[in-house]
Design a protein around this ligand. Structure first.
Ligand SMILES: Cc1ncc(COP(=O)(O)O)c(C=O)c1O
Length: 419
């Protein structure tokens, strides 16, 4: 602890904020001339969606985006859709999940993950997380397998790939379909393999908060021609497409309208061209924070296992209260910390607050599932918060702001007695 930091230094107690009001800060999403040109290209072309022509469907931005994103992920097929939730539902059903199946997923994700499972007619079964990575703990998955388990929906949370080797081994052993929620992780890798390539199909999101931000939209990706064909069927209300007569085989599949439009697809192409640079900025900032926070008692930066490359969609800091000069514990300490950080001018946020089973929509369906059954997830929520916010995420900030945020963190940790 820095003994020179007094509690009266805290901005909360009248001290000077660690982040000066004049410190340059970047608002997300970044929109450039390239984005403007992309959108105007569509307006000038006057083709707003996939039009049927005698020679087939015509949607130049959409089809190019699908190819470019497939190449980015390193998969054979990408289908552009109107949301990540849509992409997840398509991935599950196209990969073979059917009504009545159980699908094991993480207790820690966005509500869209279990909602997509319910939309597939299946039942979400939650498993607890690894307290270090916040991703599914393989041993917890195994504990939840029953004769009705048909599939896994594995989340790569906060831009860090799940622990895929043992998970894929489990899936092989129990003959389970593997699907992936890579909504937060385009560009992340695990032992050299890219997020979105581990299962039969994966979903991605490009909503406005993501490193790859279009506003609303998403993808289903797959290496499997059959899964791609079923996914395309599911994208179009089950309507037969001119492109393939094989879709006749899927007439039984109930589908929504998940189609996208040319304007967001054109914008998506411009944003995708910058995604590697955005991810690299997040990685540079995370590296810098790792150095600046090293040895600061009470603060644990996110853990990235060897062999994994995170894209830091969220930068979750865990508090170690026993190292801080305070008797506050759990959510009380976390909330006091957030309040003090915000007074210092540091952007910070909670992302989620309880295991997914606690959500009323899930409770209405599986009332016996209790939050206490997921102790690692409960402890993570109580003892951690995310640095940065939807409007000011870490992955687009200049170095000066990151240094000022680190100073705010160090200051609040050192003066924890004043919280
Ligand atoms: C982990 C996760 N899954 C699913 C989704 C759903 O994506 P969308 O909001 O594009 O439907 C999101 C994004 O919000 C997410 O973060």
């Amino acid at each position: 602890m820095n003994s020179k930091t007094l509690t009266s230094d805290l901005a909360l107690r009248g001290g000077r904020p660690a982040v000066a009001a004049t410190e340059p800060k970047v608002e997300w999403p970044i929109l450039t001339d390239a984005d403007r040109e992309a959108v105007l290209r569509v307006v000038d072309r006057k083709i707003l969606w996939a039009q049927t022509r005698p020679e087939g469907l015509y949607a130049p931005e959409q089809f190019a985006l699908e190819q470019e994103f497939a190449a980015f992920v390193g998969v054979k097929h990408a289908l552009a859709v109107n949301g990540g939730t849509a992409g997840l539902h398509m991935a599950l059903t196209a990969a073979g999940v059917e009504p009545g199946d159980e699908v094991i997923t993480s207790a820690f994700s966005f509500l869209a993950t279990p909602a997509a499972i319910l939309h597939a007619g299946a039942t979400p079964v939650f498993a607890d997380i690894d307290p270090r990575t916040f991703n599914l703990a393989p041993a917890e998955i195994e504990r939840k397998i029953t004769p009705r388990t048909r599939a896994l929906m594995v989340v790569d949370i906060h831009g860090l790939c799940a622990d895929w080797d043992p998970i894929l081994e489990l899936a092989r052993k129990h003959d389970l379909i593997v699907t992936e929620d890579a909504c937060q992780a385009p560009g992340a890798t695990y032992k050299g393999r890219a997020a979105g390539t581990f299962g039969a199909a994966a979903g991605f999101s490009v909503n406005g908060t993501k490193n790859f931000a279009v506003g609303e939209g998403g993808f289903m990706v797959t290496n499997d021609d059959e899964v791609r064909a079923r996914g395309n069927w599911l994208k179009q209300v089950g309507e037969e497409l001119p492109e393939s007569d094989r879709t006749m085989a899927y007439k039984h599949l109930l589908a929504w309208n998940y189609r996208t439009q040319e304007l967001p697809c054109a914008l998506g192409r411009a944003q995708l061209a910058r995604l590697r640079a955005v991810n690299a900025t997040g990685q540079r900032n995370a590296r810098l924070l790792g150095e600046l926070l090293q040895g600061v008692p009470g603060l644990r930066p996110p853990y990235v296992p060897e062999g994994s490359v995170s894209v830091y969609h969220k930068y979750r800091i865990t508090l170690a209260p026993e190292e801080l000069d305070t008797r506050l514990r759990g959510a009380l300490l976390r909330d006091a910390f957030l309040q003090a950080l915000r007074a210092e001018g540091v952007d910070c946020d909670l992302w989620g607050s309880a295991p997914l089973c606690a959500h009323p929509m899930i409770q209405a369906r599986t009332p016996r599932d209790r939050a206490d059954d997921y102790p690692a997830t409960v402890a993570m929520f109580a003892n951690s918060f995310c640095l940065g916010s939807d409007a000011h995420p870490l992955y687009c900030q200049p170095e000066g702001l990151v240094r000022a945020w680190a100073e705010g963190l160090r200051k609040v940790a050192a003066a924890a007695a004043g919280l």
